[in-house]
Design a protein around this ligand. Structure first.
Ligand code: FAD
Length: 333
């Protein structure tokens, strides 16, 4: 069997391993001590992605095929709009209903990993260099050197450019394209606040809040079936050293005496995640980038996939699957 290295154990890399392991000898390299990449679920709460949408056929089908279930994002009731002076209730315009996975998106990663039968998974192994070596690729990691027939890179393009060395170097045109491709949500800071009760629901509120003044610019319901939480995206200019105190103060302003005690607080600053984004990704994006990249290198021996390379739903979980389907189809036929 030919040997393939997959670099990155996020959704793209894991899904690629699933689709290819019957026909190839697969080794997946993951720099972190956990699988999932930008998918990161703690105690059932999503600190990375939360939502999938009904039109996203691949992810909806994958969730179902793995025996997981989708439930509707809670949106019943009024929303809040916060300014420094006041908090107003309003009825937001209806938008496309988003769904969440029972157990969080992390449950999808866990199930995919459990399905793997042959692929070798190397956690805590950071790939550093790829070099052409006759008909093969010499892969150098922080731990070892290996030879592969083919290498699939799933990193966000800017991270590929910054953290992997290539011999011979990537063509300048490709380097420029990678540099110009923002890492989706690389600018984001997401926090989850757990409460004793879903008090906002009891107040006739959906949990959706919109603010120009508090640290959380956008807040949503994040309850699971037996735990009660809100999640918020932190505004980029917020001083992260005192984030928890600021969030508590904002919740006080939003809900006053009605708020029940906070029993848990989690926060991930994705701008600081070295295996997800690069410094320039911290700049907030004004619109969804025009993602998509058809690219391989060294006569198809190195292929780039990952959500940012997908023309279809690029940036989203669905895009990660679409980019993977394309290469798996080519390699399996
Ligand atoms: C806060 C947040 C909210 C989001 N919300 C949504 C949402 O609601 N819906 C949605 O569809 N999408 C959402 N997204 C986007 C979604 O998370 C991504 O589309 C998806 O997870 C990308 O998967 P991927 O495998 O392509 O990339 P990644 O998950 O980035 O995988 C790349 C992997 O490579 C690893 N790696 C990096 N460098 C190396 C190296 N040198 N050697 C080995 N391994 C390496 C990383 O650790 C990582 O595991 C959100 C993202 C964030 C951060």
């Amino acid at each position: 069997m030919k040997k393939i290295a997959i670099i990155g154990g996020g959704l793209s890399g894991l899904y690629a391993a699933t689709l290819l392991e019957n026909n190839y000898n697969i080794t997946l390299f993951e720099a972190r001590e956990r699988l999932g990449g930008r998918v990161y679920t703690v105690d059932g709460f999503d600190l990375g992605p939360s939502w999938i949408w009904p039109h996203q056929n691949r992810i909806v089908e994958l969730v179902r095929s793995l025996g997981l279930s989708i439930f509707r994002q809670y949106r019943n009731g009024e929303a809040l709009y916060e300014t420094p002076q006041e908090v107003q209730r309003f009825n937001p315009a209806p938008n496309a209903p988003s769904g969440r996975i029972i157990g969080g998106i992390g449950a999808l990663i866990d199930q995919l990993a459990l399905q793997l039968k042959r692929a070798q998974i190397n956690l805590c192994e950071t790939v550093q260099m790829l070099a052409q070596n006759n008909d093969q690729i010499l892969l150098t990691s922080n731990k070892n050197e290996y030879q592969f027939d083919h290498v699939i890179i799933t990193l966000p393009p800017r991270l590929t450019l910054q953290s992997l060395r290539f011999d011979p170097p990537l063509p300048t045109e490709l380097q420029n394209r990678f540099a110009a491709t923002p890492t989706w949500m690389g600018h984001s800071v997401k926090c989850v606040i757990e409460f004793e009760t879903p008090f906002w629901r009891e107040m006739g509120l959906s949990g959706f809040c919109f603010s120009h003044s508090g640290p959380m610019g956008e807040v949503h319901d994040a309850c699971t079936f037996d735990r009660y939480a809100l999640f918020g995206f932190i505004r980029s200019e917020t001083d992260m050293r005192t984030i928890e105190a600021q969030v508590r103060q904002q919740l006080q302003h939003l809900f006053g005496e009605n708020a029940s005690p906070i029993i848990g607080f989690h926060c991930v600053d994705w701008r600081k995640e070295l295996f997800s984004s690069v410094e320039i990704d911290a700049r907030p994006l004004m619109e969804h980038p025009n993602y998509g990249l058809n690219s391989d290198y060294l006569n198809n021996k190195i292929t780039f996939i990952g959500t940012e390379t997908s023309y279809h739903e690029g940036g989203y979980l669905e895009g990660a699957l679409a980019s993977t389907d394309k290469i798996a189809h080519l390699l399996n036929t």
